[in-house]
Design a protein around this ligand. Structure first.
Ligand SMILES: Cc1cc2nc3c(=O)[nH]c(=O)nc-3n(C[C@H](O)[C@H](O)[C@H](O)COP(=O)(O)OP(=O)(O)OC[C@H]3O[C@@H](n4cnc5c(N)ncnc54)[C@H](O)[C@@H]3O)c2cc1C
Length: 426
């Protein structure tokens, strides 16, 4: 391997950084690639996410549509190449919207691709309560994100990826200063998830418009009620409102200081709750996006959703009251997830999504020779493969002084779309 090959340094070893590395290393005449990660590979949301992959345009804002399709096709290819079913739990899933009680929306933060009319029947498929609506199931898949990242990292390492566990401390032109020494780069990629704006500041760059959205999740080992054999490969997107007689009366009874009609942050249940039955038999539950009260003294820091300084500190901020809201919502939706009837809570954790003002990612050049790929919000797993492909195409074209031919239209994801182009000369 010749050291005259260009050197690409990627900061952040989450699913976005890993896919960027993989597609840079997979083309002809690959550059040298180094990932600088300050905790460990996939330390944050990239290994803690549900792993739902939505390729169909019905789920996405127009700016993401081509990227979502490209990504789904790339996941299908990778699953065939890397034995995805075995090594990272890749499988196709069906999707269903569910409405319980007087909740008017099934999802407070996603557009659901509704394919039919609401069936006003109680009890669906034997495992979940409520009225259901069928969603578009074309190109819906699932993987175990931690296992996927581990597999991709192994593949990249075999292709020559260098991983440096270090924290960047500054930059002198095209030299990155880190806690483990200096790294010269030809192109630098910022893929530090919700920490990307802070990283910019460290490197003397304008902050990218990426903030953070916290999300708790739990995993439940179900206990099958009599007559229920299995939980199907069906992801549920639910709205759980008040006022549905027995189900909600029973969960309300568990709430300390419950007052009908009051929706204090510390009471009640998660209203927009999502269920992802997994290949290992557990059910992953998400949708609780309130700010944990455990983030400390917010008055001292005007920024909401204050991030822990590193991924390693996220777990310390798990908020038991928010976990309890998810447990109650789970009980309302499925008798198999009722902890009082033998189901077991096997995990409760918290991680942060990187998010932009329009909730679409930013992918492209942020300053001369410095690229950013971040802000994927609730779709970072879904869009990761396509993001890696297009960013590697942009960087390769730049290195070859050619006009890029991209596999997907990402014109709506331009990093400078929120303001005038700011220059940061090296
Ligand atoms: C509860 C929950 C469920 C989700 N479920 C899904 C889903 O089902 N489908 C889907 O498409 N998306 C899902 N998402 C969103 C998805 O997880 C994220 O969008 C995605 O993981 C972001 O990946 P990333 O690589 O940009 O960031 P991250 O995963 O945050 O990775 C960033 C990496 O950079 C490292 N880092 C940070 N700062 C530095 C620094 N200064 N120096 C070196 N390294 C640094 C971190 O340690 C970390 O390893 C979910 C998110 C949440 C919160």
């Amino acid at each position: 391997m010749s050291s005259s090959r260009p050197h690409i340094v990627i900061v952040g070893g989450g699913i976005i950084g890993l896919n960027t590395a993989y597609y840079l290393l997979s083309g002809p005449e690959p550059p040298r690639v180094t990932i600088v990660e300050n905790t460990h590979i996939a330390a944050a949301a990239s290994s803690k996410a549900a792993g739902f992959v939505a390729g169909n345009k019905g789920w996405h804002a127009p700016a993401n549509v081509e990227l979502a399709k490209l990504s789904f096709d790339a996941y299908t290819d990778l699953a065939a190449k890397l034995n995805g079913a075995e090594s990272f739990g890749w499988r196709r899933v069906t999707t269903t919207g569910v409405k319980i009680g007087n909740q008017d929306k099934m999802s407070g933060y996603r557009t659901l691709p509704v394919a039919g009319a609401l069936e006003a029947t109680s009890g669906i498929g034997g495992w979940a309560n409520g009225d259901k609506v069928v969603l578009i199931n074309e190109d819906s898949g699932q993987l175990l994100p931690g296992a996927f990242c581990a597999r991709l990292w192994a593949e990249c390492t075999a292709k020559g990826l260098v991983t440096l566990i270090a924290t960047p401390t500054g930059r002198d032109g095209k030299t990155l200063r880190t806690t483990e020494g200096l790294l010269k780069f030809d192109k630098l990629v910022l893929a530090a998830g919700p920490w990307t704006a802070d990283l910019c500041e460290t490197l003397g760059l304008p902050r990218v418009p990426v903030s953070s959205l916290p999300g708790h999740h739990i995993q439940i080992k179900p206990a099958m009620p009599k007559g229920m054999q299995v939980i199907p490969d069906e992801s549920l997107f639910c709205g759980v409102g008040a006022g549905d007689g027995n189900i909600l009366e029973s969960i309300a009874a568990d709430i300390p200081d419950y007052e009908p009609g009051s929706w204090e942050r510390t009471q009640g249940w998660t209203r927009t709750v999502e269920f992802f039955p997994r290949a290992d038999g557990n059910v992953y539950v998400a949708g609780e996006n309130a700010i944990p009260k455990t983030i400390g003294d917010r008055a001292a820091d005007a920024r909401l959703n204050r991030l822990p300084p590193t991924a390693a500190r996220c777990r310390a901020h798990v908020d038991d009251e928010l976990v309890a809201r998810m447990v109650r919502a789970s009980k309302a939706v499925s008798p198999a997830l009722d902890l009082d009837k033998g189901a077991q809570l096997v995990e409760a954790d918290l991680c942060y999504r990187p998010i932009t003002p329009d909730k679409c990612p930013i992918i492209g050049e942020w300053a001369e020779d410095i690229y950013v790929s971040s802000g994927h919000g609730p779709w970072g797993i879904t869009l990761a493969t396509g993001s890696g492909i297009v960013l590697s195409e942009l960087i390769r074209a730049d290195l070859a002084h050619k006009k890029p031919q991209l596999s997907a239209d990402i014109s709506g994801l331009e990093p400078h779309r929120f303001g005038p182009k700011r220059s940061a000369k090296l």
